[in-house]
Design a protein. Structure first.
Length: 258
């Protein structure tokens, strides 16, 4: 079926989905006369809240990248459910298989174990996928030029996170310089990182305030049936919900308090 986005890609069209009974008050595609933004939506909590924030001021186009990560199928499911929640028709799903071929990360190399000992802020963790976000941003910029999006929203977090180097604020400022140098003279695309300086608990609270579907997100690095509760991403998520004073609705493996 032709996606209808006008780009001739593998964009997924959700126009044949049922009524959005769970989305009362959601703006999404209903916004008219506003600027369009691409949201890099992994399916995780941070990018979901970034999408909820972007939805307040922009018409949404959602981009998801699969790159051979351990929970690839579960993240794609989360992306689809969040996109359906917001009623977004303009979607692009891409594959970046080079990242798994390159390896060097516990997320893409099955021979490297995912750490379960907790977050260590003094070193770059083995779950870092080398320069991954540059690949995501490059695809987003290319798509933005084609569909006329004026902003790219990214759910990067630096202050309260695993400490990935491509989540630093200066990284995104530098990438904006690259965009200006490498696109058409009339192109104006800004990168927005609305949660980059928030604590994880603040992200949870903000998401709840905006009615973001946090229960449809996925954070676990290891499993796609029930979250492990012990990888860095699960630990950060559990701590965030506890600090925010809210229960996390996703399922965790036996013995993990949620």
């Amino acid at each position: 079926m032709d996606c209808g986005c006008g780009w001739g890609c593998n964009c997924t069209n959700s126009c044949d989905t049922g009524p959005r009974t769970a989305c009362d008050g959601v703006v999404g595609e209903g916004m008219t006369g506003t600027k369009k933004a691409i949201v890099l939506l992994s399916g995780g909590m941070d990018s979901c809240v970034a999408a909820a924030i972007a939805n307040q001021t922009h018409r949404l186009a959602l981009l998801h990248a699969s790159y051979g990560q351990r929970t690839e199928a579960r993240e794609r499911r989360a992306f689809d459910e969040i996109a359906n929640f917001y009623g977004v028709r303009e979607r692009l799903v891409i594959r970046l298989d080079a990242l798994s071929q390159i390896g060097g990360s516990a997320l893409t190399d099955p021979s490297i174990s995912v750490p379960e000992t907790g977050v260590n802020s003094h070193r770059i963790p083995i779950t870092y996928v080398p320069f991954r976000n540059a690949h995501f941003l490059s695809a987003a910029v290319s798509w933005a030029e084609v569909i006329g999006a004026s902003a790219i929203f990214v759910g990067a977090v630096f202050e309260d996170s695993s400490g990935y180097p491509d989540c630093r604020p200066e990284y995104y400022r530098a990438f904006e310089t690259v965009i200006r140098a490498g696109t058409r003279p009339e192109t104006r695309i800004e990168i927005s990182t609305p949660v980059i300086a928030m604590r994880k608990s603040e992200i949870v609270r903000r998401g709840i305030e905006l009615g973001a579907p946090l229960e449809r997100t996925w954070s676990c690095y290891q499993f796609d049936d029930e979250a492990c509760g012990v990888c860095d991403s699960c630990r950060l998520r559990l701590s965030a919900f506890e600090e925010a004073g809210h229960a996390d609705a996703i399922a965790y493996r036996a013995g993990i308090a949620s």
